[in-house]
Structure formats: C-alpha cells, structure tokens
Design a protein around this ligand. Structure first.
Ligand SMILES: NC(=O)c1ccc[n+]([C@@H]2O[C@H](COP(=O)([O-])OP(=O)(O)OC[C@H]3O[C@@H](n4cnc5c(N)ncnc54)[C@H](O)[C@@H]3O)[C@@H](O)[C@H]2O)c1
Length: 342
C-alpha cells in the first residue's frame, strides 16, 4: 500500500511541510522521486520533523508564511499540496487571526500561483466543515452545522471559505483543484503538548498520569493512521475528481474506547478523570467514504491497535531522547519534552 502507481510529476510544493502530516507527505513524495519545495512558517510545526530528510538532495526547505507572497521557486512546482494551517484546537484558539488567514489568504495565494503556472492544487480541508453534524455518518453532500461565531469558527469557517475559494477558481478560472476533508489523523510526529486526544492520552498514559476525558467520553471520533491518510492524499492528487472527498476511517469510536486501548497498549494503570466538554466540541464524527472508495480505490488499512502501538512507540522514543539530552544538559527548555510535565 506504500505508493500507488502514479503520474505525480517531479516538482511538488508542500505548504505546512514541518507539521505532523506535512512531514510524512514530504517523506513519501521523496520516496516517489519528486523534488519537494517544503514551506512552513514553523508556527505549529517543528523542523525536527524534517531533520531525517535534511540532507536529502531533492528537498528544499524555506521558512515561509503562505499568507505572504510565495517564493519565486514555487513557480516551478507542478503540484501544490496545501496543509498550512494549525490543526489542534488548543493551538488555533490561541491564534484565531493567524488561523483564519492561513486558510483564506494562504489558499488564495496558492490558487493565484496555480492559475498563473497551471499547477494542480490539493487543498487539505477537514471534517470540521460539518460542525456538530445532524447527518450521520457525514457524506460530502452534507452542508454541515457550524457555529460561525464560536471559538472554533476561525478554523471551521476558514476551511469552509478555503473550499469555496478553490471551487470558485476551478469554475471561473479553470484551476485544477482537489479538496480532501480529513477526519482525525494520528500517528508518529503528533506533538506531545498540542492538545489532540490521541497524543494527550498517550503522553498521560506513559507518564502514569490520569487520562483527561472531556464530557462523558461517549462522544465519537474516527481515527485514521497517518500512512493511510497520506496515501489518500497522494491518490486524490492524481485522481480526476474535483469536489471535496472525505478521507477518514469509517470505524467510529468513543473516547472511552480510545482511552481503554491506549491504556492496554501502553501497559499503563492510569485512571480517567472527566472534565467539561469544551464549547462547540462535536459529539460525533464518522466519514462516509463511498466517494474515496469509488474514485481513489482508497480505504484505511492500518488497524487501530497497530496504529496506536506504533504511535506509543514513537512517544516512548521521544521521551527517552529528551531524557538523555536533559541528562547531558543539552536540551533547551522549549525543546524539552518531559512526560512528567504533560
Ligand atoms: N491531523 C488531523 O487530524 C487533521 C484533520 C483534519 C484536517 N487536517 C488538516 O491537515 C493539515 C495539517 O495538519 P497537521 O495535523 O499536520 O497539523 P500541524 O499543525 O502539525 O501542521 C500544520 C503546519 O502548517 C504550518 N503553518 C501554519 N500556518 C502556516 C502559514 N501561514 N504558512 C506556512 N505554514 C503554516 C505549521 O507551522 C505546521 O507545520 C492542516 O491544514 C489541518 O487543518 C488535519
């Protein structure tokens, strides 16, 4: 399942390349023989995610905010992947202006580039465009139920605006666009402190601290392992379908189910503590992936326990590395990853 047969050309721009998903995407594009122009402003990403690729001759990293005019070398890229936007509520709610601009202005810059050069653009959107869904599971045809002025609006409405802009440029100016609506991806390189449920539970379980469950824990999400998600993005870029496509795992799980799995796989005896559900937190999420199956031949393959075990392994290794660096006195406070602090 690594790399589907592809006509992917060689010069590819990845915006948001130092993020969780962007770094995995860069890796896979380099494996395919692409040249990758990796852009990131490092606002929620981490250059460490690209460290193992630093000497790769086909990767060029430029620290760049995509709401600003794009670097000239972007004009050489035949395909543009836009992942540049913080994805964790804890992060984007602290930076709502940057978040909404990264979606709306960032995608506009890339669309203008695509119109000018004839590049194809894949914009990474989100299941959050469905808000608190009244249709379940969510098909792409569902318009969603989003609070346009709530604490999540900078993210949800920014993404909805970006989708609208992509389709406007496709309809009026002939730009070739693809839109992926992702549902809760997880895996190695999630950041330990960024507030997403999988990384929160794992970090807490490994530290022997209580797992924080919001609400009664019966709210659901659908977790898709990063390799499957990236495979879906690569297939979608190559496919001939213009409208939004859901990429997510149709196996819906409660937070309590996730917590139980993490505890078992991490060998942890942590207990659960319950806190109030954050405002506008959706109570259920499950993708209808009929379109992805049909147009991309895609469905997730990595079973949840396998994906979680790989992710737990990653966090164990990260913790051990940070511990070793601390012991040598060579770790900066901001880079320090201390399980006991989280
Ligand atoms: N991970 C998920 O479960 C998930 C689900 C739905 C949608 N998505 C979307 O996928 C994309 C990647 O998500 P992720 O989980 O890797 O998040 P992430 O925060 O790890 O990665 C986002 C990256 O974009 C960079 N960035 C943000 N604003 C930028 C700007 N203006 N210019 C340049 N770079 C900028 C950040 O520094 C970061 O490296 C995001 O667009 C997110 O909305 C992710």
């Amino acid at each position: 399942m690594k790399n589907p047969p592809s006509a992917t050309p060689h010069a590819v721009l990845v915006a948001g390349a130092a993020g969780f998903l962007g770094s995995h995407l860069c890796e896979r594009l380099l494996e395919r023989g692409c040249r990758v122009l990796a852009l990131d402003d490092l606002s929620s990403g981490d250059l460490q995610h690209l460290e193992h690729l630093r000497r790769h001759p086909a990767l060029r990293f430029v620290r760049h905010d995509i709401t600003e005019p794009l670097p000239t070398e972007a004009r050489d890229c035949e395909r543009l992947f836009n992942l540049a936007c913080p994805a964790s509520p804890a992060y984007y709610q602290r930076h709502p202006v940057a978040t909404v601009l990264s979606s709306a202005v960032g995608v506009w810059r890339l669309l203008e580039l695509a119109q000018h050069t004839g590049a194809r653009l894949l914009h990474v959107s989100t299941s959050e465009v469905y808000g608190e869904p009244q249709v379940h599971p969510q098909p792409e045809a569902y318009w969603g139920h989003v609070n346009p002025v709530g604490p999540r609006a900078c993210y949800d409405e920014g993404k909805r605006c970006a989708e609208a802009m992509c389709l406007a440029y496709a309809a009026e100016r002939g730009v070739v666009v693809r839109i992926a609506r992702l549902f809760n991806a997880y895996g190695p390189r999630l950041r330990p402190g960024d507030g997403r449920v999988v990384s929160n539970f794992i970090v807490q379980a490994l530290a022997g601290r209580p797992l924080t469950v919001y609400g009664d824990g019966l709210q659901t999400r659908s977790f898709c392992y990063v390799d499957d998600t990236v495979d879906g993005l690569l297939r979608l870029m190559d496919a001939g379908f213009t409208g939004p496509v859901n990429l997510g795992n149709p196996q819906e799980r409660t937070m309590l189910d996730l917590a139980e799995r993490v505890l078992r796989l991490a060998g942890s005896r942590s207990r659960l503590v319950f806190e109030a559900l954050p405002a506008d937190d959706p109570t259920r999420r499950c993708p209808d992936i009929t379109l992805a199956r049909h147009h991309l031949g895609w469905a997730p393959r990595v079973p949840i326990d396998e994906g979680l075990a790989r992710t737990i392994e990653y966090f164990r290794a990260l913790s051990a590395q940070a511990g070793a660096r601390r012991a040598q006195g060579s770790v900066s406070p901001s880079a320090a990853y201390s399980l006991s602090r989280l």
